[in-house]
Design a protein around this ligand. Structure first.
Ligand code: APR
Length: 231
């Protein structure tokens, strides 16, 4: 039965009240990436970076999944084949919406990482500068998110899923950041049907066989219902 692999970005969480990055009021309009989303920025000003992620962690914890997240969970439950979500998002709204198989290639706000020993644990709502690792006690705790210049997580599994995909969909992502922006080419090369569901054409829209434009809470449930009707 057809395997469906779905890449999601900030746009799928926009209607849950989470900011996107590159829309005109997005996070990168208010913060410099090099200050808050790089290892160098963290080394230079850990208080600024911990504060940036504390604000996002608190906002994410207060956000609710929307109809798009819930439609993807319904698809996973009712689709006879495998459904895998690969998300660039660090919120946990896919899981809150009921999805089981979610790969967070850019990490999660809910996670903390010790940069000294590699230990991972559930982050407190607010992390402080010099927060100690519960395992090695080093004052080296950081958000377990992937910063620019770092290697995304789960890449081996993601490429395996892409080679096995019969349908590849990208939802709510601008196609500005690699390696995620090239997943559509990988899936297409392996024979998958590719579809972009987005508010506006992404930078890689021409790589998709099918496009659907509109708010995710409208176009994603419609797409899912059509898939489930086809069976
Ligand atoms: N419904 C559907 N799509 C939407 C909606 C919506 N309601 N609102 C915005 N979008 C679309 C925008 O048109 C845009 O194409 O979502 C996309 C958001 O793009 P970005 O802000 O660039 O977010 P994303 O693609 O997830 O960024 C990728 O960049 O900064 C890094 O690590 C960060 O994971 C992030 C990565």
């Amino acid at each position: 039965m057809d395997k469906i692999v779905i890449l999601t970005g900030a746009g799928i969480s926009a209607e849950s009240g989470m900011g996107t990055f590159r829309d005109e009021d997005g996070l990168w309009a208010r913060h410099r990436i090099e200050d808050v989303a790089t290892p160098e920025g963290f080394a230079r000003d850990p208080a600024l970076v911990q504060g940036f992620y504390n604000a996002r962690r608190i906002a994410a914890a207060q956000a609710a999944p929307n109809a798009a997240h819930e439609a993807l969970a319904r698809l996973e439950t009712k689709w006879p084949g495998e459904v895998v979500i690969v998300t660039q998002n660090v919120d946990s709204l896919h899981e809150a919406g009921g999805s089981q198989t979610v790969l967070h290639m850019h990490g999660t706000l809910a996670g903390a990482l010790c940069s000294a020993c590699g230990h991972r644990w559930t982050a407190p709502p607010e992390m402080s500068v010099g927060e100690r690792c519960p395992s090695c006690n080093a004052p080296a705790a950081r958000p377990d998110v992937v910063w620019f210049g770092e290697i995304p997580y789960h890449m081996e599994d993601i490429y395996t899923h892409l080679t096995e995909a019969d349908i590849f969909a990208a939802i709510g992502t601008s196609g500005e950041v690699y390696p995620a922006a090239a997943f559509v080419r990988e899936a297409c090369a392996q024979g998958a049907h590719t579809v972009e569901l987005n508010l506006a054409p992404s930078s890689v829209v021409s790589d998709f066989a099918e496009t659907r434009f509109g708010p995710a809470t409208q176009i994603v449930p419609d797409w899912v219902e059509e898939l489930l009707q086809q069976g």
